[in-house]
Design a binder for this molecule. Structure first.
Ligand code: GLV
Ligand code: MN
Ligand code: MN
Length: 424
């Protein structure tokens, strides 16, 4: 496919309006975070708060005269017609669901930034040849139902609707039921027709742009992600009376895995591997009982697919050996999510880069450490991302996550002009 990129007409982003919308959405799901003393956001997918956030954003889309549709996964689309309505649209978006300890920017900046582009086009009375569609994808975070990029992965055909509907959260609530409960089981068929191109703006969530003193960056792709749940089945026993050699301690086995993945990272044998055990639960969870069960999650990231495969294989071998280390221990590993490294379109990266430079922003190219809906869209259409500088070493999935109003406006200005070029 060839991507024409002609000079855009003048477009000016309203920075205060963008900031105001970010802060209004951030008020939904706000909580006082004891660890930081800051106000954090907990608006996990398909909760009441997510429903409220979705309705606020849809209201804004309608105010901006977008035609709003919701698909069978609850993905929200807002379409602005082009002068050639049959031309395939240019799409921009991200997600508005959050982790439990979020700031205001992860995902929301991409959705509300795209909305700000539409509002600015309306203000300027600018028409594009191709339609422009804003997407807000469901359950990008994967923290409630266990699979990340869920809405975009189903829309682009990597995962099935059945798989998604049957996922359940920690309380056993099914995705399909929760989607219906919050009123977002839409009737638009979920399989998405490929748009002309997809561009996602996102806070960087890492330190690179801040270290380099740059407001925006061009994203080259997303690294591989592997999520699994490991369940250790031991035997409950009395903490005071059970001799050490007679114990089958599921908690001990969980701790061994936590240490092992860090040793794997430190070994340097897996390139730029990152490993996180973010969820630990033991049962019965009492001081005087040897745990009969421990459940942990293992999140591995690696920019290199082959080194990721090696890390996964070596971890599997460690788990097999662990079962032998305590007679009676049973180790069960369940796949939650797996994506390979995804390179973005060279053509769209070049459009973003030239656009940013023409606006006077020096840029660099960088790979994304986090997962994004753009990696799913890259399977069906030329795709790229714009990273926007975060503060405080780019901390994210933490209420301290922050990007300045100026940097948000800079990134969304680049998004706007990029979309104008692609939709010309
Ligand atoms: C998405 O936030 C991820 O975990 O990469
Ligand atoms: Mn995100
Ligand atoms: Mn996130």
């Amino acid at each position: 496919m060839s991507i024409e990129a002609t000079a855009p007409a003048a477009l000016s982003i309203n920075s205060e309006r963008l900031w105001g919308s970010l802060m209004d959405l951030a008020a939904i799901g706000a909580y006082e975070d004891a660890a930081t003393g800051l106000t954090g956001i907990n608006r996990q997918s398909l909760t009441d708060e997510d429903g409220e956030g979705r309705r606020l954003v849809i209201g804004w889309m309608k105010d901006a005269e977008l035609e709003v549709t919701v698909d069978e996964m609850g993905n929200i689309f807002g379409r602005r017609e082009g002068t050639e309505p049959d031309a395939s649209p240019v799409m921009a978006g991200s997600h508005i669901d959050t982790v439990a300890t979020a700031g205001a920017f992860d995902g929301c900046l991409g959705v509300l930034g795209a909305l700000e582009v539409i509002r600015s086009l309306n203000d300027a009375g600018l028409q594009t040849r191709r339609p422009i569609v804003i997407a807000a994808w469901t359950e990008e975070e994967g923290v409630r139902f266990g699979t990340d990029m869920l809405g975009s992965a189903v829309a682009t055909g990597r995962l099935s609707l059945d798989y998604a509907y049957n996922l359940a959260d920690e309380a056993g609530l099914r995705f399909g039921d929760e989607l219906e409960r919050i009123g977002f089981k839409g009737d638009r068929p979920v399989l998405l027709e490929a748009p002309h191109a997809y561009v996602e703006a996102h806070i960087e969530q890492g330190p690179v742009l801040q270290q380099r003193g740059l407001a925006v960056g061009v994203v080259t792709g997303v690294q591989a992600i592997s999520w699994q749940k490991v369940i250790l089945h031991g035997r409950a026993a009395h903490a005071g009376t059970t001799p050490t050699e007679l114990r089958v301690d599921a908690g001990l086995a969980a701790a061994q895995i936590i240490v092992q993945v860090r040793l794997m990272v430190n070994s340097g044998r897996y390139g730029q591997l990152r490993a996180t055990v973010g969820h630990v639960r033991t049962s019965p969870g009492l001081p005087s009982v040897v745990p009969d069960l421990a459940e942990i999650t293992v999140d591995l990231r690696n920019p290199d697919d082959a080194l990721m495969a090696k890390a996964e294989a070596d971890l599997a071998a460690f788990l097999a050996k662990l079962a032998d280390s305590q007679p009676g221990l049973r180790v069960e590993a369940k796949r939650m999510a797996k994506t390979n490294a995804v390179p973005f379109s060279e053509e769209i990266q070049a459009v973003v880069e030239t656009t940013a430079q023409d606006l006077g922003y020096e840029t660099i190219r960088l790979m994304s450490g986090a997962g994004h809906d753009a990696q799913e869209m890259a399977a069906i259409t030329p795709t790229a991302m714009i990273f926007i500088r975060g503060q405080y070493d780019g901390i994210s999935h933490n209420p301290r996550e922050y990007s300045t109003p100026e940097d948000c406006a800079a990134g969304i200005e680049v998004l706007g002009k990029t979309l104008l070029k692609l939709a010309h």
